[in-house]
Design a protein around this ligand. Structure first.
Ligand code: FEO
Ligand code: CA
Ligand code: CA
Ligand code: CA
Length: 676
């Protein structure tokens, strides 16, 4: 990893106040630029974005809902250069859409037949973008619209399957009767990376896009159980794409979103298995725009939030840490079968290196014990009850275990968590951080807390201040692997930080003692900077981004900078939870040392109705990229609720200017390292 040395490496900015302005607010002495707005053209000859609902051709424009992003450096000649801070490829996920702003007067109803032109735009706004970004001599950032390295990957881009599930009956469809290929990626949320220069994109809430209900009689009982476990139950699919009567002769780009099985028909004649083609980690070589992305089935199928690598140590098997973001889902780790060889970092056939490390290994799921220890439980066919027994889901083979990883994790008794979002790994010590964004009263009832998910309380929300019980503000848990190695099968843990308003009960809710300069809710994005200090990797900055449901009555979503300590720098603690009617229950937990004013500060607040998600810097630490996702998501084309990024300069814009997801590029006016 490239690092930048700063001494002293302490947070050196003045905290930003919570606010509901329609701008990206940054500390004094910092500047905001904007690139990669929804619709920006990224191929020669594509017209400028009009942003009035008439634009088309999103397969050659920036997609919507920019999420995780990462910088892949380029030399001035356009070759891979991990040390470059002036030109690079920004790889960004496009998770979802603000559907209403993509069409002139809003979208047609999903209840009827969707027009092909509308559905095509919506589909193409999903996926991944790769853009060739650079800074000029006066510090202005831009994307080269004509660069041959620009790429859009959409839900229609050809992909292949790798790893143990490749060729499984569960992946066979009319499109790929042999189960080795698929098309595209969707609902790409958080991300991951590799030392050999590839990007990992993760398929999160893919289940809702499929129409499926009503085909139970045509399915096996196991299929019905598995589809329900993953939420493939909709009667229309999120945007009704399967209703399109398409002009393509096979009618597959739209028809594929209808996953209903046909009674008596073979699985290779319909799209019943199409949902099994999603929920994977996908490896992309950003430096090779014609390469075919590979779905890495060894890492399991779930609502993948992110896939962050642990430290790579020569001679040790590397690991990636993965959250499955739904209520009461789990934390996973994939450990490669292959020990790390440093020379592989600079190999030129990057996806072949991915094959070497990511196609064979062990998928584990985490079980947290009350005493601050934990266990990684292997999800391996034939072990720990993961067998062909009809009493336990009747697993057929390891491919079945990976396709239905949630069922396997249920079988071994993993710990259900408060919505596992991003993972991050501290480059100083390899400790793993996981955001647990929030949970509701059904998912985390008063009588159903545990040491790793210890809170149940009420944070009222909204103008009516409606009751909001459960763990509405979320927390950040962290793990230290036994022996500090990615190969470990046990760990210790504590809770690094509890989200809460500063005004909430300090003993039982605002347990981290957050002040008004630090308080937040619903942590989601999470990333450790490359920054070090003169003594070595001592204090990298941890960036925490929020996707808040419970705090937007007070402030727009935000990003904080932190310098955390270490697992077990706190200790055992017992809190008292309070549910409806004043009922109480005690819960023991493990709590890290509280942050101080010097070790946690709010760095940024986003515009109206956005989520802050996606963060990276250039390797020199002097340019920060932050994803501003779905500003104004609650508005209408006639009355947008945000006008960002047009509103960035003044806080206002024309009343009907539509908002656009985009990347905020933040620099320090004096050219210094961000946050320090
Ligand atoms: Fe797409 Fe779990 O956030
Ligand atoms: Ca609130
Ligand atoms: Ca997220
Ligand atoms: Ca989220």
């Amino acid at each position: 990893t490239t690092t930048v040395t700063v001494n002293p490496a302490t947070l050196g900015f003045t905290a930003v106040a919570k606010n509901k302005l329609d701008v990206v607010t940054v500390p004094a002495g910092y500047t905001v630029q904007v690139i990669n707005r929804l619709g920006d053209p990224i191929a020669s000859g594509v017209a400028a974005y009009k942003n009035d609902g008439t634009d088309t051709n999103f397969a050659q424009r920036i997609g919507d809902h920019g999420d995780a992003l990462y910088w892949y450096g380029l030399s001035s000649a356009g070759a891979r250069d991990d040390n470059s801070s002036t030109r690079g490829l920004l790889v960004q996920n496009h998770e979802n859409i603000n559907q209403q702003y993509l069409h002139t007067a809003g979208a047609t109803s999903s209840a009827g037949v969707r027009p092909e032109s509308e559905a095509l735009k919506e589909i193409e706004c999903h996926g991944v973008s790769v853009t060739d970004a650079s800074v000029n001599a006066t510090g202005v950032w831009s994307v080269n619209q004509a660069s041959s390295l620009n790429r859009r990957i959409t839900p229609s881009t050809p992909m292949v399957f790798n790893g143990p599930a490749k060729g499984s009956d569960l992946l066979k469809t009319v499109f790929s009767p042999t189960g080795v290929a698929g098309r595209g990626t969707i609902n790409n949320c958080a991300n991951g990376t590799t030392p050999w220069g590839t990007a990992l994109t993760c398929e999160e809430n893919w289940a809702g896009y499929f129409r499926r209900s009503g085909d139970t009689a045509a399915r096996t009982a196991k299929e019905v159980t598995a589809l329900a476990r993953y939420g493939v139950t909709s009667s229309t699919g999120s945007y009704g794409w399967s209703t399109v009567v398409a002009s393509d002769s096979a009618n597959t780009l739209f028809r594929r979103w209808d996953a209903r099985a046909t009674a008596g028909a073979a699985a290779t004649t319909d799209f019943r298995n199409e949902p099994n083609q999603f929920g994977w980690v996908v490896e992309i070589d950003p430096y090779s725009p014609t390469s075919t992305p590979r779905k890495r089935t060894a890492l399991g199928r779930m609502g993948h939030e992110g896939c962050w690598p642990g430290l790579f140590v020569v001679g040790k098997k590397p690991a990636w840490y993965m959250g499955d973001d739904s209520r009461r889902e789990y934390l996973y780790k994939f450990v490669s079968n292959t020990a790390w060889v440093a020379a592989d970092a600079t190999a030129t056939d990057r996806l072949a290196i991915g094959d070497k490390y990511m196609d064979a290994g062990t998928l584990y799921v985490a079980k947290f014990a009350a005493d601050g220890t934990g266990t990684w439980l292997p999800l391996v066919f034939g072990q720990n009850g993961i067998t062909a027994s009809a009493a336990n889901y009747a697993f057929a083979d390891q491919a079945d275990v990976l396709v239905n990883a949630r069922l396997a994790a249920d079988t071994v008794g993993a710990t259900p968590m408060d919505r596992p979002e991003w993972t991050a790994v501290n480059p100083a010590n390899g400790q793993v951080y996981l955001t647990l964004t929030n949970n509701n009263a059904a998912g985390r009832p008063l009588a159903g807390t545990d040491a790793a998910n210890p809170r149940h309380y009420n944070d009222p929300n909204g103008t009516a201040q409606t009751a909001n019980y459960g763990n509405p503000n979320g927390h950040i848990i962290r793990l230290r692997e036994t022996g500090d190695t990615t190969e470990a099968t046990t760990f210790t843990w504590d809770i690094y930080l509890f989200g809460a308003g500063a005004d909430l009960d300090a003993a039982n809710i605002n347990i981290s003692g957050l002040t008004g300069d630090q308080d937040f809710s619903s942590p989601d994005g999470l990333w450790f900077s490359r920054t070090t200090n003169a003594a070595g990797l001592v204090k990298p900055v941890l960036w925490v981004q929020t996707d808040d449901g419970a705090y937007t009555d007070v402030t727009n979503c935000m990003m904080l900078a932190a310098q955390p300590g270490s697992v077990a720098d706190g200790g055992a603690r017992t809190i008292t939870n309070t549910g409806t009617g004043g009922a109480t229950a005690t819960q023991a937990t493990r709590v890290g040392a509280a942050p101080t004013a010097a070790t946690l500060k709010r760095f940024l607040v986003g515009p109206v109705e956005c989520e802050i998600t996606g963060v990276d810097t250039t390797p020199d630490g002097r340019t920060l990229f932050v994803g501003i996702q779905h500003p104004g998501e609650g508005g209408t084309p006639a009355a947008p609720s945000s006008h960002w990024p047009d509103s960035q300069a003044t806080g206002t814009a024309g009343a009907t200017v539509r908002p656009r997801s985009a990347v905020a590029v933040i620099t320090k006016t004096d050219g210094g390292v961000i946050a320090l």
